[in-house]
Design a protein. Structure first.
Length: 81
Protein backbone atom coordinates (compact mmCIF):
# COMPACT_ATOMS: atom_id res chain seq x y z
CA UNK A 1 0.00 0.00 0.00
CA UNK A 2 1.21 3.47 -0.73
CA UNK A 3 0.39 6.73 1.06
CA UNK A 4 -2.52 7.47 -1.26
CA UNK A 5 -4.14 4.13 -0.47
CA UNK A 6 -3.77 4.75 3.26
CA UNK A 7 -5.26 8.24 3.00
CA UNK A 8 -8.23 6.86 1.05
CA UNK A 9 -8.76 4.18 3.71
CA UNK A 10 -8.72 6.81 6.45
CA UNK A 11 -11.29 8.85 4.50
CA UNK A 12 -13.51 5.80 4.03
CA UNK A 13 -13.30 4.93 7.74
CA UNK A 14 -14.18 8.51 8.70
CA UNK A 15 -17.18 8.50 6.37
CA UNK A 16 -18.33 5.18 7.79
CA UNK A 17 -18.04 6.44 11.36
CA UNK A 18 -20.08 9.52 10.44
CA UNK A 19 -22.74 7.46 8.67
CA UNK A 20 -23.18 5.00 11.55
CA UNK A 21 -23.05 7.77 14.16
CA UNK A 22 -25.85 9.58 12.37
CA UNK A 23 -27.88 6.37 12.04
CA UNK A 24 -27.70 6.00 15.82
CA UNK A 25 -28.81 9.62 16.22
CA UNK A 26 -25.62 10.79 17.93
CA UNK A 27 -24.09 14.20 17.34
CA UNK A 28 -20.35 14.65 17.00
CA UNK A 29 -20.32 16.18 20.47
CA UNK A 30 -22.21 13.25 22.01
CA UNK A 31 -19.80 10.76 20.45
CA UNK A 32 -16.81 12.85 21.55
CA UNK A 33 -18.09 12.94 25.13
CA UNK A 34 -18.61 9.16 25.09
CA UNK A 35 -14.99 8.83 23.96
CA UNK A 36 -13.85 10.99 26.89
CA UNK A 37 -13.15 14.17 24.95
CA UNK A 38 -14.55 17.56 25.89
CA UNK A 39 -14.90 18.93 22.36
CA UNK A 40 -15.89 17.70 18.93
CA UNK A 41 -12.49 18.36 17.39
CA UNK A 42 -11.22 14.75 17.23
CA UNK A 43 -14.48 13.37 15.83
CA UNK A 44 -15.11 16.27 13.44
CA UNK A 45 -11.55 16.23 12.12
CA UNK A 46 -11.24 12.46 11.82
CA UNK A 47 -14.59 12.03 10.10
CA UNK A 48 -13.40 14.39 7.35
CA UNK A 49 -9.69 13.39 7.48
CA UNK A 50 -9.05 17.12 8.04
CA UNK A 51 -5.32 17.89 7.96
CA UNK A 52 -4.61 14.16 8.05
CA UNK A 53 -6.40 13.59 11.36
CA UNK A 54 -7.82 10.09 11.63
CA UNK A 55 -9.23 7.62 14.11
CA UNK A 56 -6.76 5.23 15.72
CA UNK A 57 -7.56 1.63 16.63
CA UNK A 58 -8.48 2.57 20.20
CA UNK A 59 -10.97 5.15 18.92
CA UNK A 60 -12.49 2.64 16.53
CA UNK A 61 -12.83 -0.03 19.22
CA UNK A 62 -14.58 2.42 21.53
CA UNK A 63 -16.80 3.80 18.75
CA UNK A 64 -17.86 0.32 17.64
CA UNK A 65 -18.81 -0.46 21.24
CA UNK A 66 -20.71 2.83 21.64
CA UNK A 67 -22.59 2.31 18.38
CA UNK A 68 -23.15 -1.41 18.97
CA UNK A 69 -21.59 -2.49 15.68
CA UNK A 70 -18.60 -4.57 14.65
CA UNK A 71 -15.34 -2.70 14.19
CA UNK A 72 -15.01 -4.37 10.79
CA UNK A 73 -17.97 -2.29 9.58
CA UNK A 74 -15.72 0.76 9.42
CA UNK A 75 -13.39 -0.97 6.94
CA UNK A 76 -16.08 -1.93 4.43
CA UNK A 77 -17.19 0.25 1.52
CA UNK A 78 -20.31 2.20 2.53
CA UNK A 79 -23.61 0.70 1.39
CA UNK A 80 -26.18 3.11 -0.02
CA UNK A 81 -29.58 2.81 1.59
Amino acid sequence: MNDIDIAEKHKMIGCNVAMHRKRKGLSQLELSLCLGHKSVSIVASAERFYKGKHFNIEHLLKISDILGISITTFFEPAQEE
